[in-house]
Write a protein that binds this ligand. Structure first.
Ligand SMILES: Nc1ncnc2c1ncn2[C@@H]1O[C@H](COP(=O)(O)OP(=O)(O)O)[C@@H](O)[C@H]1O
Ligand SMILES: O=C(OP(=O)(O)O)[C@H](O)COP(=O)(O)O
Length: 396
């Protein structure tokens, strides 16, 4: 994978840099700036070399049109603070504001374009549509650097197609993360345990297919768990559920049993009627979630169960919070699992924007983990052994 050093003299060159700046926001306050911090070393290397840096990123999953709550404006401000320099913010992606903002950059200056996903072509499944958007982005730069590790599993215009349009290289974060994973995963010491949670249920159910061939135990909490509980015949009330995945999940349960993989599900759940900080909560058996309640954290018996399953692990990868950890009544499962992962006598990897944020927000010692990755879904796909479009394209 070519590095920035191999791009030649960067002075005066316009470098389009794809970063992953998908941070959690409360209004326009960034609640965890880990991904912005992680993007800084590559930007600094580029500016120090005299490049004009045009950062491109997404925030959340808008539906292909501008929505104020998904604006990257707060991120531009934070990035400027971290760089100690102004970051010019373009109010669009490939329109007049972007063109003017880029044209006004001097050597060593930085701009950030508005959320790429405000243009539906960024995430289009149609090659021609994505290619057309990439071609418009390419007019804003001379070179492309891919450094958004959290998105290299996405075949999207700014991740994949742009690398075909411009001379390109991988940034420092993409190189460091891929090296960290190859070290951990080439020959994992066993027992090898993967802990899955979070809310991107449909994305992450897919990775279980391949993980069942690799791991010794799979612990499932967070929003992921309820599709499994339902597949086992339990009612899950108003909890997150992927109804159309029930057959797939039943097949996973059977295959796990056939292969001798322990697939461990919650035995109790913290429930509430609403997702709010002052909701009245109770702990119920996973087999008896009331119809008018949502499962929002794993319960104390599950915490003990999961701690036991992590105690002798030699390799652990954890992605996805065990509950809605952002709110105190639903944070304990994530806190206790994070502590158990950090205490593993072996290799411990945490992946994902929210999981990494949880480690920091809960005040845990980051040094207790072998690696805290900026990418969640992408780290799971790496574990699966999948080819990632955003990395493969960099080899071309
Ligand atoms: N039981 C649950 N119900 C609803 N949301 C949940 C539940 N458990 C976890 N979450 C939410 O999942 C989100 C993180 O999911 P995800 O994006 O998949 O993780 P990551 O960013 O670490 O990859 C958090 O915002 C958290 O509140
Ligand atoms: O937050 C991200 O991934 P993650 O939640 O798997 O860590 C990345 O920014 C990718 O976002 P996406 O899953 O909407 O493509």
């Amino acid at each position: 994978m070519r590095g920035i050093d191999e791009l030649g003299d960067l002075r005066g060159q316009r470098v389009l840099l794809r970063s992953d700046l998908n941070v959690p926001l409360d209004g326009d306050t960034i609640t965890d700036d880990g991904r912005v911090r992680a993007s800084v070393p590559t930007i600094q290397q580029l500016t120090a070399a005299g490049a004009r840096v045009v950062v491109m990123a997404h925030l959340g999953r808008p539906k292909g049109t501008p929505e104020a709550k998904y604006s990257l404006a707060p991120v531009a401000k934070r990035l400027g603070e971290l760089l100690g320099a102004d970051v010019a913010f373009a109010a669009d992606t490939v329109g007049e504001s972007a063109r003017k903002t880029v044209a006004a950059l001097a050597d060593g200056e930085v701009a950030l374009l508005e959320n790429l996903r405000f243009d539906a072509r960024e995430t289009s499944k149609d090659d021609a549509e994505r290619g057309a958007f990439a071609a418009e982005l390419a007019e804003l730069g001379d070179l492309f650097v891919s450094d958004g590790f959290g998105v290299v599993h996405r075949k999207q215009a700014s991740v994949y197609d742009l690398a075909q349009a411009l001379p390109h290289a991988a940034g420092l974060l993409v190189r460091a993360e891929t090296q960290a994973f190859s070290k951990v995963l080439d020959d994992p010491e066993r027992p090898y345990v993967v802990v899955l949670g979070g809310s991107k249920v449909s994305d992450k159910l897919g990775v279980i297919d391949n993980l069942l061939e690799k791991v010794d135990r799979l612990l499932i909490g967070g929003g992921m768990a309820f599709t499994f509980l339902k597949a086992q015949g339990y009612e899950v009330g108003g909890s997150l559920l992927e109804e159309d995945q029930l057959d797939t999940v039943r097949e996973y349960l059977t295959r796990a049993a056939d292969r001798g993989v322990e697939l461990v599900l919650p035995v109790d759940v913290v429930v509430a009627a609403d997702i709010s900080a002052d909701a009245a909560t109770s702990v119920v058996p996973a087999s008896a979630i009331p119809a008018d309640q949502k499962g929002l954290d794993i319960g104390p018996a599950t915490i003990e169960l999961f701690r036991g399953k992590l105690a002798d692990a030699k390799t652990v990868v954890w992605n996805g919070p065990m509950g809605v950890f952002e709110l105190a009544p639903f944070a304990e499962g994530t806190r206790q699992v994070a502590i158990a992962v950090s205490e593993v006598d072996g290799t411990s990897v945490v992946g994902g924007g929210d999981s990494a944020a949880a480690v920091r927000q809960l005040g845990l010692d980051e040094d207790a983990f072998t690696h805290i990755s900026t990418g969640g879904g992408v780290s799971l796909e790496l574990l699966e052994g999948k080819e990632l479009p955003g990395l493969t394209v960099l080899e071309s």
